[in-house]
Design a protein around this ligand. Structure first.
Ligand code: BG6
Length: 486
């Protein structure tokens, strides 16, 4: 087990950002309360945001005092370390609010007011934590308020809902912002464990030589969730599991798993390799997809009586290039499933087993697997057959397991990505080109989606998932659970 020092905030290698005026749209919304305000607080406390002001804005009828109260309640509930009065006072002094109903003029004035308190004109970060339909209105407001100069903008997914809407969104964005100013956030890519895939693959000589169709049989990326939709049905009804989770998180992780070694660990090289993976992906066919909806979804507030929105999706996709031709990638995610997990599982090809006597147990527990657990305390396991001690030749499945614990004090995914965006580093962000590629590969599925099949809450999805993956089997639930580390 690898321990990191829990008192080490893990930020000594990260440089503080230059002075910033941050405009937070959707400042009293769910994401702002859970992640963005606590994340900005933590960045400030860690010394990574030495000179900043935050202008919150939303449609809620708040003023600065009201916004500070929202922020304090959010920190008390969601900050990753207890909030000290001293740190809170410093943070609160940098918070102000303007109602979005005050329009471009009100916004321009609020930003000018905070900017006058900096020694020199600061950079600007506009964080759009707003529903997709509202994003372009906000962009227009920023243009009208003359807040485009010196600025970077973080956008939340979904980046369109299909190819035409993604193209329209990108074209409209590019009328106001250059691509270099735009950061499309995918918080899965900010997770330590996701980045560790790159380190694991490209910093070691052990696995990369066998990371291809000659040695790998199939791959699973499995992200079941136990949570239901709660207050998010309005958003989800228009989105569904494919757009909410697959196009963003799962396929982005797939790109890390499947890409060629980039020429350097820098944005252009990584983006180029990721986009090559998307270009090689065969269009996703309806016959390779299982859509599901948990029973009870239709009774939730805000859900249309005959809604066909999927709360579950499993699919098979192929990357048709030299490295991966013929190796199926199985993806699964959904709400109200039996367990919450984030697993990448690589199944290796099996050797000829003719030398082992019948009944020895070789192959009885599936192929050798390399498994990444992308949980916050990330884990890695390599399973293989070994001899059971004693007479004769009986084989058992064994595993080497590795766990990185105590990661809670390094930067959380949103913190890392906000910091990267403020530094202008695009490495972990998606480009307009990459997103459009993915929507293009999604055309057959979106044009002709298979019917949604019901599944029981607490299950692993509709029964059809077993046919989808046959002759293989889903790794989850694990036959042998992770060992508890001492
Ligand atoms: C979000 C999705 O992007 O990711 C949610 O909109 C999902 O539906 C969430 O629950 C999962 O993220 P995490 O980091 O909690 O696994």
């Amino acid at each position: 087990m690898a321990h990191t020092d829990p008192t080490d905030i893990g930020t000594e290698l990260i440089s503080p950002v230059s002075p910033y005026a941050i405009v937070l749209f959707g400042a009293s919304g769910d994401l702002a309360r859970r992640k963005l305000l606590p994340g900005l607080y933590h960045l400030a406390r860690a010394g990574l945001l030495p000179d900043y002001r935050i202008v919150g804005t939303s449609l809620d009828p708040l003023d600065t005092a009201g916004f500070r109260a929202v922020a304090r309640a959010a920190l008390d509930e969601f900050a990753r370390s207890p909030v000290t009065e001293e740190a809170w006072d410093a943070f609160a002094a940098n918070l102000s609010f303007v109602s979005q109903q005050d329009g471009a003029e009100g916004l321009a004035k609020a930003v000018a007011d905070v900017e006058s308190t900096f020694a020199a004109a600061p950079r600007r970060l506009h964080y759009l934590s707003v529903p997709p339909a509202a994003a372009l209105e906000v962009v227009a407001m920023l243009a009208e308020a003359d807040l485009v100069d010196r600025s970077r903008i973080i956008m939340e997914k979904p980046f369109g809902t299909d190819l035409p809407s993604a193209r329209r969104l990108n074209a409209a964005l590019h009328e106001t912002f250059d691509e270099a100013q735009i950061f499309r956030i995918d918080h899965f890519l900010g997770k330590e464990a996701a980045l560790n895939i790159l380190a694991f693959r490209f910093a070691n000589g052990l696995f990369e030589p066998i990371w291809n169709r000659e040695h790998i049989d199939h791959i699973q990326i499995d992200v079941p969730e136990t949570l239901s939709l709660g207050t998010r049905t309005a958003f989800y009804e228009r989105t569904g599991a494919y757009r909410d989770m697959v196009v963003t998180h799962l396929l982005q992780i797939l790109a890390f798993v499947a890409m060629e070694p980039p020429t350097a660990l820098e944005p252009r090289a990584i983006t180029e390799e990721k986009n090559k993976v998307f270009r090689s992906m065969l269009p996703i066919q309806p016959a390779d997809v299982v859509r599901g909806q948990y029973t009870g979804y239709l009774d939730e507030p805000g859900v249309a009586p005959h809604s066909e929105t999927e709360t579950f999706i499993a699919l098979r996709c192929l990357i048709d290039n030299w490295r991966w031709a013929g190796v199926p990638f199985f993806l699964r995610t959904g709400k109200r499933l039996a367990e919450g997990a984030r697993i990448i599982s690589i199944a290796f090809r099996e050797p000829p087993r003719s030398m082992f006597p019948a009944g020895s147990g070789v192959g009885a527990h599936g192929p050798d697997h390399l498994t990444f657990d992308l949980a916050d305390a990330s884990k890695l396991s390599l399973s293989f057959y070994g001899k059971r001690p004693g007479p004769g030749m009986r084989l058992d499945k064994l595993s080497l397991q590795f766990e990185i614990s105590e990661t809670s004090d390094v930067l959380e995914a949103y913190e890392r990505l906000i910091h990267d965006a403020m530094c202008g580093d695009h490495t972990l962000f998606t480009t307009s080109d990459g997103i459009e590629q993915l929507w293009e590969r999604s055309v057959p599925l979106l044009t002709n989606p298979p019917p949604v099949r019901p599944y029981a809450p607490g299950s692993w999805g509709p029964n059809a998932i077993h046919q989808l993956i046959a002759p293989y089997a889903w790794r989850l639930p694990f036959e042998r659970p992770w060992r508890k580390m001492p």
